[in-house]
Design a binder for this molecule. Structure first.
Ligand code: TYD
Ligand code: MG
Length: 462
């Protein structure tokens, strides 16, 4: 790495200046100048001179050599599944998540399992001391986490040199925002630093075929702190989500160059590390409250059906405009469902605060959740409990809401139904069984009324 100095590049127009300024001198955009290290060896003029005018021989795709190294199992089935069959040697995987969610725990477990399988590993801690990493590792029960070599370092150049020398098969960088290159003046975690860190790690990873797990923090609104460019640079981006106070965690791929992004893993944080929840539906159905405002959604987590409880609370608002809080769901979907409820089902919530939550910290980002939101909110607004034919079981549903109040079919209807049947949930309200939201509500609440009448009849008889 031969470098002379820093330059500042405008992220809007690409022009370069030797000094930082609040405004790009070329295109006059504000706050667009980003520091970059100028590498002598990669100066575009030099490169241009070397290869200028020399033709390159194209190769038919079938003749392109593909050195396929087998994937490395992380020893965690759910993680291997999300990765598309294990870690690809030499790849960069970014694991994003809020502080305290369990990123360090997960990555320590991975290295512990690999160490138990006699693979070379390295844990680079840029946030915690080696002693803190050891304390965490001592809690874990599986693998050989205490056999994992660790360095506590924040200087990128030192980390890179260590990787070069140690050549682990898998290494963890915890976290990418805490490493800092001495070549740049900007602070750790800045756009320029994070880009530099990832570029350098990628260079070592590809040269030495090291699979790198990069831990990244996410901001409150869920975006990765640091540049979006980070997501473009790495091969896989995994999101680790959940509520810190709750024990469930979901891990899903939002980008995967070596597999689909359809897969989600569910974990539970226990005293001795993360435990895979292999039958998450059973857990969520078993814990569903069956109180007014609760309904079970037959969701799809990628290609896997998952039953989750959706809860709603409706209360008189003191605020103008009233509050609309959605956790585990998209706020805009909630707004849409509330509008459809008001317009097509006569359930106006103009002056009420509405809270909707997917229990267990699971995120459902799919239109199939609409009907569940609508039923939960309607049930909460009426204070009436929704129930299946068997009173002890919760009501299950799925389906998208159209703007005219119709129920629209969603993908994998059969699999969702089959998953609900596995738990004896009956009936399942869906676009297949009901044409409109109005019909679905009528069925849901008629049943509830019938049950109410039956209950009062039996009370009268007693
Ligand atoms: P941590 O992995 O440090 O989170 P992150 O790196 O994402 O910030 O762990 C977060 C929490 O998990 C922490 O509050 C302690 C708890 N925890 C357990 O409950 N059980 C365990 O076995 C471990 C290691 C941690
Ligand atoms: Mg951590």
């Amino acid at each position: 790495m031969v470098r002379t100095s820093s330059i500042f590049v405008c992220s809007a127009c690409g022009s370069e200046t030797p000094r930082w300024a609040g405004r790009c001198p070329a295109c006059r955009e504000w706050n667009t100048l980003v520091e970059e290290a100028r590498r002598l060896e990669t100066r575009s003029t030099d490169r241009g001179r070397q290869t200028a005018g020399r033709a390159i021989e194209p190769v038919a795709l079938e003749d392109v050599a593909t050195a396929r190294e087998p994937r490395l199992s992380t020893g965690i089935r759910e993680l291997d599944r999300v990765l598309g069959g294990g870690l690809v040697p030499g790849s960069l995987v970014l694991i994003g998540g809020a502080p305290g969610i369990g990123k360090s725990t997960l990555t320590t477990m991975v290295l512990g399992n690999l160490a138990a399988a006699e693979s070379r590993t390295l844990y680079v801690s840029a946030e915690e001391s080696a002693a803190q990493i050891r304390l965490r590792a001592q809690r874990l029960r599986e693998g050989r986490p205490l056999a994992v070599p660790v360095i506590a370092a924040t200087e990128l150049e030192a980390v890179s040199a260590t990787l070069d020398r140690e050549r682990p098969k898998v290494c963890v960088i915890d976290s990418v925002q805490a490493l800092r290159s001495g070549e740049l003046q900007s602070a750790a975690g800045s756009v320029a630093q994070v880009r530099e860190v990832v570029a350098e790690l990628m260079r070592v990873a590809k040269a030495r075929t090291i699979a790198v797990l990069l831990v990244g923090h996410v901001t409150k609104d869920g975006a990765l702190a640091g540049p979006m460019a980070l997501e473009h640079l790495v091969d896989c981006v995994l999101q680790f989500e959940g509520e810190r106070e709750r024990t469930f965690r979901t891990l899903r791929a939002v980008k995967n160059r070596f597999g689909s992004i359809e897969k989600t893993g569910v974990f539970e944080m226990r005293d001795h590390g993360l435990v895979e929840v292999l039958d998450a539906s059973a857990r969520f159905v078993g814990e569903a409250t069956r109180a007014p405002g609760s309904v079970v959604l037959c969701a799809m987590e990628g290609s896997r059906p998952l039953l989750v409880e959706v809860q709603a609370l409706v209360s008189r608002s003191e605020l103008v405009p009233p509050r609309r809080v959605a956790s585990g769901l998209d706020r805009n979907r909630l707004a849409l469902v509330l509008a459809v409820l008001g317009r097509h089902a006569g359930i106006g919530l103009g002056v009420a605060d509405v809270f909707v939550n997917v229990v267990g910290g699971v995120r459902v980002d799919e239109p199939g959740a609409d009907l569940a939101i609508a039923l939960a909110v309607a049930s909460a607004a009426k204070g009436a409990r929704l129930g299946g034919a068997d009173r002890s079981l919760p009501l299950a549903c799925f389906g998208e809401l159209g703007l005219t109040g119709e129920l629209r079919t969603v993908a994998h209807g059969e699999r969702r139904l089959a998953e609900a049947r596995r738990f004896g949930l009956d009936p399942v309200l869906s676009p297949e069984s009901h044409g409109t939201l109005h019909d679905a509500l009528a069925v849901a609440f008629e049943r509830q009324q019938l049950e109410g009448t039956r209950a009062s009849e039996s009370q009268a008889a007693a």
